[in-house]
Design a protein around this ligand. Structure first.
Ligand code: FMN
Ligand code: ATP
Length: 142
């Protein structure tokens, strides 16, 4: 039986921290789907620079990823219901709470584990955050 994993995030300006997360999520099963956040749903930080379709297409090109899709505009659990994964891999710093997600999955009758991925620390002068890359650009190209 194929074990399906879902990862998700904004993925605006891809960096090795994203690659680490998606490779780790892929290791949790056999087939990795990635849900890319709709721009209007990124309300917990500055809006992404790149359009959602561009963010999805770059994620889809990564080796660890089998399929990348745009998230739902209103109901973030709609794609989960459709894909019916075995595992949801949360990023190390995602604000979503495992137990809140687990209880919504239970309410909707979706039998799925919720795992938390590890963070990747920067080596040397790496910039492993979209925010850090944007800050560096603003600083250097002003
Ligand atoms: C289980 C799960 C499912 C999600 N599904 C969607 C979705 O359908 N549509 C969407 O716009 N965002 C979706 N998101 C993304 C978030 O609501 C939020 O924008 C995202 O966690 C941003 O994370 P980041 O700051 O790590 O990029 C989902 C997140 C989780 C944890
Ligand atoms: N350094 C990292 N190590 C491991 N996972 C990471 C790292 N950076 C981002 N991720 C994961 O990648 C996914 C998408 O992250 P997101 O698009 O928010 O990138 P970000 O670089 O953290 O953005 P920002 O700097 O704007 O907060 C999330 O699940 C997040 O936890």
């Amino acid at each position: 039986m194929t074990r399906t994993v879902i990862a998700q995030g904004t993925f605006d300006i891809i960096h090795p921290g994203h690659v680490h997360y998606l490779e780790e999520a892929a290791e949790m099963g056999d087939r990795l789907y990635v849900i890319v956040s709709r721009t209007t749903n990124v309300d917990h930080k500055e809006a992404p620079i790149c359009p959602a379709t561009q963010r999805r297409d770059v994620v889809a090109a990564l080796e660890a990823v089998d399929e990348a899709l745009l998230g739902h505009q209103e109901d973030i659990f709609a794609p989960i219901e459709e894909i019916d994964p075995d595992v949801i891999a949360l990023g190390h710093d995602q604000y979503h709470d495992e137990s809140a997600i687990a209880s919504e999955l239970e309410r909707r009758g979706i039998d799925c584990a919720v795992e938390r991925a590890s963070g990747r620390e920067p080596r040397d002068d790496e910039l492993l955050s979209t925010r850090l890359i944007i800050d560096r650009v603003l600083d250097r190209r002003r």
